[in-house]
Design a protein around this ligand. Structure first.
Ligand SMILES: Cc1cc2nc3c(=O)[nH]c(=O)nc-3n(C[C@H](O)[C@H](O)[C@H](O)COP(=O)(O)O)c2cc1C
Length: 399
């Protein structure tokens, strides 16, 4: 689908600002240094395909990471976990994020992903702020235990290396401003043979509130020799360019900015190829995108489940457009593609894109956590090597 854009200011000869044009993760070269952030409940095969289609081939493609999969769930072949491990035929580079707190499970899961699922990139989640996860020492809580972090990373790298699959880690600044972990995590990742580290410039305590601290990303770039990927508050392609210029990051990880706006990957691909493009779809174009998204979800999950999954995206797609409350409500209850078509027909295709939405936050924001939920005595020791943490098989909370 071709969408209207602002006039493209293409700079001949590629980038003039010294921006990276590709991302190297071990033996894997990604031809645009842009990564779709893993987002639980969002970045399934259908959404990844939609974003990939938008990035197109003119300016390269980027890397599109699957929703978080739990190591134990995969090792024990938990049906919910296996259902999430689906790839679209258009995905030539299969990329999966693993969650785990036990080096043995993480190593086994990494081996399964490489050997049985043809995965070409593995990311490890050490940033999840959800209390249910951090209370057990997982996600964003884990890097406090430097020794255990090293063991998990080494287990994943050892399992993936024979398959030539690069392992990356994704983390936050730390538990809170008094318990920062990102610089240690970067050093540990580098020593473990990790190919790159992605940093979300917030602490676990902040969750999604406030503003991401891009200075911390720049500090991590100065601290390690492996590529650093910057994450947090990229709402437009120009933000990505600014982040890379400001921090020296090797690339960007983009999450909430693409919710209801998969065409952001088109603008991002253009930006790293040296062009300034802002895609401004009319409501008619957005309707087409919504239909395509629901259709892809239906192809992958069956129509009923696909349409149910689609509902959560409706408000993001229509943000800033004039669509009335009743219609929005009906769309958020859609149960078939035919019903979706009937409802979409009521929207005015000529309505222009609400430009006031550009650059504004979308998706989760919220308030900081009062206190980070941690296992008893978690802060007493910073090593944790050999520590056994309980890992649930069916955890799907994600970020
Ligand atoms: C709905 C949702 C689900 C998320 N799930 C995950 C996840 O499974 N794994 C992860 O590492 N981060 C997860 N995150 C965090 C994002 O990957 C990203 O780090 C965060 O949103 C900050 O980037 P942004 O400002 O570009 O959104 C999630 C975020 C959202 C909004």
């Amino acid at each position: 689908m071709t969408l209207p854009t602002t006039s493209a200011d293409t700079r001949p000869g590629g980038t003039l600002r010294g921006l990276p044009t590709e991302l190297r993760l071990g033996s894997l070269t990604v031809d645009t240094p842009v990564v779709l952030a893993p987002m639980a409940g969002i970045t399934n095969a259908a959404f990844r395909r939609l974003c990939l289609e938008q990035a197109g081939s003119a300016h390269g493609s980027g890397l599109y990471v699957c929703e978080m999969i739990t190591s134990r769930g995969l090792v024990e072949r938990d049906p919910t976990t296996l259902k999430m491990l689906v790839f679209d035929e258009a995905e030539t580079t299969r990329s999966v994020q693993l969650y785990g707190t036990d080096p043995v499970y993480v190593g086994k899961a990494a081996e399964i992903l490489c050997a049985e699922y043809g995965v070409r990139h593995l990311d490890l989640n050490f940033g999840c702020p959800v209390p249910k996860i951090t209370r057990k020492g997982g996600g964003g809580a884990l890097p406090w235990k430097r020794g255990l972090l090293a063991e998990i990373l080494e287990a994943a790298v050892d399992a993936a290396t024979p398959y030539d699959v690069p392992v990356t880690m994704k983390t936050r600044k730390g538990l809170d401003e008094d318990h920062l972990t990102y610089l240690d995590a970067g050093r540990i990742a580098q020593e473990a043979g990790v190919a790159a580290i992605a940093l979300h410039g917030r602490t676990v305590e902040q969750a999604y509130s406030g503003q991401a601290d891009w200075d911390s990303i720049g500090e991590l770039v100065d601290h390690v020799d492996i590529p650093v990927l910057g994450n947090g508050d990229i709402w437009e392609a120009a933000d990505a360019v600014r982040m890379v210029e400001q921090t020296g990051a090797a690339g960007v990880v983009v999450g909430r900015g693409c919710l209801g706006r998969p065409w952001l990957f088109r603008d991002l691909a253009a930006a790293f190829a040296g062009a300034e493009v802002t895609t401004l779809p009319t409501l008619g174009d957005v309707k087409g995108m919504m239909r395509r998204h629901a259709e892809l979800l239906s192809q992958h999950m069956g129509e009923e489940r696909g349409c149910t999954e689609f509902r959560k995206h409706v408000s993001w797609y229509l943000k800033g457009f004039r669509a009335g409350g009743t219609l929005r409500h009906q769309l958020a209850l859609v149960d078939s593609l035919a019903a979706l078509d009937r409802l979409l027909a009521e929207l005015d295709p000529a309505e222009p894109f609400p430009v006031a939405e550009l650059g504004t936050p979308r998706g989760r924001q919220g308030t900081p956590r009062k206190k980070v939920a941690l296992p008893d005595g978690w802060l007493d020791d910073t090593d944790g090597r050999g520590q056994h943490l309980r890992e649930d098989a069916s955890e799907t909370s994600g970020g």
